[in-house]
Design a protein around this ligand. Structure first.
Ligand code: ADP
Ligand code: ZN
Ligand code: MG
Length: 476
C-alpha cells in the first residue's frame, strides 16, 4: 500500500512585549525564579486581568503579514485544566472567536511552491515552568513565565511531507522575526511547534487518525520526528493494526517519538468566555494604522532582490531569509559593493564562519563597510582572490580593516613582472624533467608549475601575470 502523510502544525510564539499578557510584570528571560510575579499572574482571588494592547497589535500585524482576516470582534476564553505550573487552574486563551482567521503562507520544498492554509491565530497566556532537576525528591515551580503573551498559529492539514513541515516552521519563524513580534529562538523555547500527523492511502479523501508530536526544538527535529512518526504509523497499518489518537513526545537522544498521554478533546477543557475580560474590538482605522507599520516581508523582498540587484533566485532566497541578513546585504551594496560579489561573500565565507560558531549575523562584529573595503582591494588587484579569503577570515575574527591586515601580514599581491619572472625561472630550472614532458605535449603540467610558483610566493603572485609569463617561458 502506498501512503501519503497529512500534517498540520501548531506554532506557539512568545511575543516580544515588555510586560505580561494580563498584568504589568516584566517578561524578561533568565531572572531569579518567581521574582517577576504579582497577584494577577499567580492567580490570587479577587484580582482582575487587563489585556495587553501591544500583544493584540502584534497578533494583528502577524495576521496581516500572513493574509488573515482580522476579526472585528473577538474574545478571550478560559481553558480549564490543572497543572502545578498553572496557578489559576485555567489558562486564558481564545476559543470560538480568535483574532485572526483564514490566512496562508507560501512554502517551497524540493523546488515546488505550495500555499499552506492557516486556520487561525489566537492569543493566550503561557504557563509557568516546573523544575525537576536539583530539587531532591521535590519539584519546584517558577512562575516568571506564567502569563507571558503567546501567539498560537494553527495551520490547516495542508502539509504533505516532513520537509514541507520544516519549511513551514522556517517561513513562519522568519516572518515573526521580520515583523519583530517574536525572537524565534527555538532552543530557548520562545518559538515552539507541535506537529499533528496522520497517513492515508494515496488517492483517499478522508483523513486518517492523527497523533500529535511535541517537544521538537529545531527545524531538523521537526523533520526527523515526523519522518519517524510517519514510518511508525505505516508499519502499524501494514501489520493490520490501528493508530491511537494520542500525544507523543520526540525523544531527541533516541531519535524516536514516545507515547505521552491519550489526546484530550476540546470539550474536556470546558472552554467558556472569560467573564473578567472585555471583548476585543478592532476597527478599520486600527488595522490601517498597523498595516502602515509593517515592514517589507520576505517574499516581497526576495522579488525585489532579483529585479533590483539582478541576483539569482537562490541568492535572493537566502539573503532575505532573515531581516538582519537582508539589511546587511543592502548596506554593503549602498556602500558601493557589487551586489553579486557581496552576495557571494555573504553566502560563502561569511555564512560558513557564522555557522561554525553557531552565531546569528547580528551577533557578528563584521560591518558591511569592511567587506566593501576588501572587495575594493580585490578589484584594484592589490590582493588575489585567494588571499582575500585569508583576509576575510582575519577581518571576521579580529574586526580589523582589510587594508590594515594586508599591510600587517604583507599580503599585497605581486604583479611586478620582473619579480615573478625570477621565480618562474627558478622553478623551471628546478624541474627540467617536467619542462621536457610539458613540451612533449603534457599540457596539464601547467597547473603543477603554477602551484609551485604560488607556493614559493605564498599565494601572492598575481595569477594573470604568472600564467602569461609561464606560458611564454614554456613555449620559448
Ligand atoms: P484537535 O481537535 O485535536 O485540536 P484540530 O482539528 O483543532 O484538532 O487540529 C489541530 C491541528 O491538527 C491543526 O493544525 C490541523 O491542521 C491538524 N489536523 C487535523 N486533523 C488532522 C489529521 N487527520 N491529520 C493530520 N493533521 C490534522
Ligand atoms: Zn504579574
Ligand atoms: Mg484544536
Amino acid at each position: 500500500m502506498n501512503y501519503e502523510a497529512v500534517i498540520g502544525l501548531e506554532i506557539h510564539a512568545q511575543l516580544l512585549t515588555e510586560s505580561k499578557m494580563f498584568c504589568g510584570c516584566s517578561t524578561k528571560f533568565g531572572s531569579e525564579p518567581n521574582t517577576q510575579t504579582c497577584p494577577v499572574c499567580i492567580g490570587m482571588p479577587g484580582v482582575l486581568p487587563v489585556a495587553n494592547r501591544k500583544a493584540i497589535e502584534y497578533v494583528i500585524k502577524t495576521g496581516l503579514a500572513v493574509n488573515c482576516t482580522i476579526a472585528p470582534y473577538s474574545r478571550f476564553a478560559r481553558k480549564n485544566y490543572f497543572y502545578p505550573d498553572l496557578p489559576k487552574g485555567y489558562q486564558i486563551s481564545q476559543y470560538e472567536l480568535p483574532i485572526c482567521e483564514h490566512g496562508f503562507v507560501k512554502i517551497t520544498a524540493n523546488g515546488e511552491t505550495r500555499e499552506i492554509g492557516l486556520t487561525r491565530i489566537h492569543l493566550e497566556e503561557d504557563a509557568g515552568k516546573n523544575i525537576h532537576e536539583g530539587a531532591g525528591s521535590h519539584s519546584l515551580v517558577d512562575l516568571n513565565r506564567a502569563g507571558t503573551p503567546l501567539m498560537e498559529i494553527v495551520s490547516e492539514p495542508d502539509i504533505r511531507s516532513p520537509l514541507e513541515a520544516a519549511e513551514f516552521v522556517k517561513k513562519l519563524r522568519a516572518m515573526v522575526r521580520y515583523i519583530g513580534v517574536c525572537d524565534g529562538n527555538m532552543e530557548q523555547g520562545s518559538l515552539r511547534c507541535d506537529a499533528n500527523v496522520s497517513i492515508r492511502p494515496v488517492g483517499q479523501k478522508e483523513f486518517g487518525t492523527k497523533t500529535e508530536i511535541k517537544n521538537m526544538n529545531s527545524f531538523k527535529y521537526v523533520e526527523k520526528a515526523l519522518d519517524y512518526e510517519i514510518k511508525r504509523q505505516i508499519k502499524i497499518l501494514n501489520e493490520g493494526g490501528r493508530i491511537i489518537q494520542e500525544t507523543r513526545l520526540w525523544n531527541t537522544a533516541k531519535g524516536i517519538t514516545e507515547s505521552m498521554r491519550s489526546k484530550e478533546e476540546a470539550h474536556d477543557y470546558r472552554y467558556f468566555p472569560d467573564p473578567d475580560l472585555v471583548p476585543v474590538k478592532v476597527d478599520d482605522q486600527w488595522i490601517e494604522q498597523l498595516k502602515s507599520q509593517l515592514v517589507e516581508l520576505p517574499d516581497a523582498r526576495r522579488q525585489r532582490f532579483t529585479s533590483q540587484y539582478g541576483l539569482p533566485e537562490q541568492d535572493a532566497e537566502l539573503l532575505t531569509s532573515e531581516r538582519a541578513i537582508a539589511e546587511w546585504f543592502e548596506q554593503a551594496v549602498k556602500l558601493g559593493g557589487d551586489p553579486k560579489s557581496v552576495s557571494n561573500w555573504m553566502m560563502g565565507e561569511f555564512m560558513r564562519l557564522l555557522n561554525e560558531e553557531g552565531k546569528q549575523i547580528e551577533e557578528s562584529e563584521l560591518r558591511p563597510a569592511q567587506l566593501v573595503g576588501l572587495l575594493k582591494m580585490i578589484d584594484q588587484n592589490i590582493i588575489s582572490g585567494k588571499i582575500a579569503k585569508t583576509v576575510f577570515e582575519e577581518m571576521y575574527k579580529t574586526g580589523k580593516e582589510a587594508d590594515v591586515i594586508v599591510k600587517q601580514k604583507g599580503l599585497v599581491q605581486v604583479s611586478d613582472e620582473g619579480e615573478i619572472e625570477k621565480i618562474v625561472n627558478e622553478i623551471l630550472e628546478k624541474n627540467p624533467k617536467e619542462v621536457e614532458r610539458f613540451r612533449a605535449g603534457e599540457e596539464k603540467l601547467l597547473g603543477f608549475f603554477a602551484g609551485q610558483i604560488m607556493k614559493a610566493t605564498k599565494g601572492k603572485a598575481n595569477p594573470k601575470v604568472l600564467n602569461e609569463l609561464l606560458k611564454k617561458k614554456l613555449s620559448s
